[in-house]
Write a protein that binds this ligand. Sequence first.
Ligand code: ZN
Length: 478
Amino acid sequence: MVPPEGARAEKRFPAATDKPFLGVPSPARVQGPTVRFLGGVREIGGNKILIEDGPDRVLFDFGPSFSPRREEFYVDYLQPRSSCPAKDLLEFDLLPRVSGLYSKEALGDADLAYAPPEVQAVFVSHAHADHAGYLRLLDPEIPVHVGAGTRTLLDAIATSTSMKYGDHPWKVFQDGKPIRVGRIEVVPFPVDHSIPFAYGFLVRTSEGTLAYTGDFRHHGPRAADTHRFFEAVAKEGVDSLLIEGTRAGPDPRRNLTEEGVRSSVDRVLDGHRELALACTYPRDVDRLTTLHSAAVAAGRELVVSVRTAYLLTQVAPRFPTGVVPVPGRAAGLQVYARRKQRSYLWERPFLETALPAEEVRARGSHYLLALDFAHFPELIDLRPEAGSPFLHSMSEPFSEDDVSDQVMHNWLDHFGLVFHQMHASGHASGPELLELIRATRARAVYPIHTEHPEAFAPAGPSVHSPELGRAYPIARPR
Ligand SMILES: [Zn+2]
């Protein structure tokens, strides 16, 4: 059963540790539809947004945050037990205490007792782990709503990695087509992000409307989608705007557009005759496409891992023909055969024609090899010539003492590779965020998915830094 509003807020959620930086009205008891932030508060990722309208409850996104707090307890191979992952996360308040949300199996004998579903629907904005990574903990009867492309991506990731999302009644939504869940209506809008098929949502309740941006940018190949979403938000005249702020606050990292990345790759390839190496996020289809076209233009072939080959093959049919290169069909695309003892079924179609290290080493000038960080031991066989370029096409580390960054540089130094940074972020910049907030004229703005909610203060008095677990009315006084 759903306990009374106030009781749940006080008893079940961890106390907020941060005082709001701007005046938030403190309703003793909130009337009407509310929004609660059960994650993504003063942290990057981990959004868990609960919208309640009378008996109807809808959750948006459900994944772990990238905050250091989780790593206080779980790091590397020290992870929650697969027999009762929710219990092991609840122990450290790494999950919200919501009854009627988790599966019996995930809870095990946790101190949060199992209850049949009290949330009618979960919507996933996109397939990144910090938004979808905890889906497997959900009660398997709760429907999970995703875009068709996200469904494809989640399937491909679950097949080709250890990440699992659980069994659910999957519901595939259409762009711009409203979905009704009791009194709540949700309208999905595609937005531009560093993984394809990302969405923002307009949410209409019995009293008030809200927009949730998910993660977005407007300097990538789908910028027009982001513009259309924000136009719809402005037109709707939403009461509440939930906006991500990954890049809000101090951010010294250089950011390029996707076209800027392309010109940078072109420049590096133009000046080198050795094997060129690149490293990017494995699900950044735009970047893989950019690397492929740059390689072809430079008279090289892009060589990708078997996992990337599988992902491209799965998602390509969701794009217009020819946009996403498919191994075996697109010119200038090859698959790399890592030295492995075993192969999985999904890998086999690619292995017959995959290139071994000896071939890539012998004809280095002919290839641009995109390796994952975890594949670095292949460098021992590849022996790139000293001075060969390494294209780091990912975000720069946040801090100078980033351990894996140091490890990467140790490898590059060992082989004498020359580091080139070139990246287009998946997120809008701080100034862009402020501009968008002004344009939407929402009555209340909640920065989430950010470590710096205070950076939103210049957008004016409508901005409220949300507190974890607290219920905010969706309809704001006019
Ligand atoms: Zn995110």
